[in-house]
Design a protein around this ligand. Structure first.
Ligand SMILES: C[S@@+](CC[C@H](N)C(=O)[O-])C[C@H]1O[C@@H](n2cnc3c(N)ncnc32)[C@H](O)[C@@H]1O
Length: 259
């Protein structure tokens, strides 16, 4: 017997932002392999499962991924319902392709259960629609990250895609905020373009900072150690109307923007 491996999106952080399908699968799961960003309350739904943390990775990322692939294949030979639980949506910046390929090559059936990606959690927290009539007709999700070890902050596809869209959401870039801002400005994006950084989107400990591209490094430096995402575009110009407390530096920046 070979079981099915379900790649399941856990959503951006808040445990109640899980789909019903995901919750039902977790209840049925015999084993769950979960990532570092998944909320403990979500993992706790897997009442009957062996719960395996595969988020704390050692060695190179490629080695760790091969090890996870092998564990998923081994589990599918032992259990009928195997859940691979990933933060956000499994198909966005989640290394889903590697896992799907490895499982299919081993003859294991794979099913995908989508989740709410971090960009949408951040949009909700900010109270900012990523699209807006007359302002934004396109949204792009990009990352300068190539691997755990390196990021491409030069004028490559991610930067061109970010420039081409009305609204850009930039994943895994907080650590390179200065290089990201410099790259986009060098390519012609005005330094006064509105940006937001959201840490721990959708969670009760979410932190939001809104400003302009030119002060993105300063905004990013105000965050703690949680996962963070950058939103850039004119849709943020009126963000103060709907988002919560914004500190004095940011309020000053916004008034200079609007002035
Ligand atoms: C490896 S990617 C996984 C993305 C995930 N598959 C998704 O759809 O959201 C991890 C990055 O997602 C972003 N991220 C994930 N959860 C987040 C959250 N709650 N708040 C802000 N950013 C988050 C951060 O940029 C983080 O570095």
């Amino acid at each position: 017997m070979t079981g099915t491996v379900y790649l399941v999106g856990a959503g951006p952080g808040a445990p109640d932002l899980l789909t019903l399908r995901a919750a039902r699968l977790l209840e049925r799961a015999e084993v769950v392999f979960y990532d570092a960003l998944v909320h403990p309350d979500t993992i706790a739904l897997a009442v009957n499962a062996h719960r395996v943390d595969v988020g704390k990775r050692s060695g190179s990322r490629a080695t760790a991924q091969r090890f996870i692939n092998k564990r998923l294949i081994d589990a599918a030979h032992k259990y009928a319902v195997v859940v691979r639980l990933k933060g956000g949506d499994p198909m966005l910046f989640g290394r889903a392709r590697e896992e799907i390929d490895a499982l299919q090559q081993a003859g294991v059936t794979v099913e995908i259960v989508p989740g709410i990606t971090a960009a949408l959690g951040a949009s909700a927290d900010l109270g900012v629609s990523l699209t807006e009539r007359g302002i934004s007709r396109s949204v792009t999700f990009v990352t300068p990250r190539i691997s755990n070890e390196s990021a491409d902050t030069r004028a490559s596809n991610w930067a061109l895609a970010a420039l081409a869209a009305d609204t850009a959401v930039i994943y895994m870039a907080r650590g390179q905020a200065a290089a990201v801002a410099a790259t986009l400005i060098a390519l012609g994006k005005p330094a006064h373009t509105p940006v937001a950084v959201v840490e721990n989107a959708s969670r009760t400990d979410a932190v939001k900072r809104i400003g302009v591209l030119g002060n993105l490094p300063a905004l990013a430096a105000q965050l703690g150690g949680g996962p963070a995402i950058i939103v850039m575009g004119e849709v943020l110009r009126n963000a103060t109307k709907t988002s919560g407390a914004i500190d004095a530096i940011v309020a000053t920046t916004l008034s200079s923007l609007q002035g």
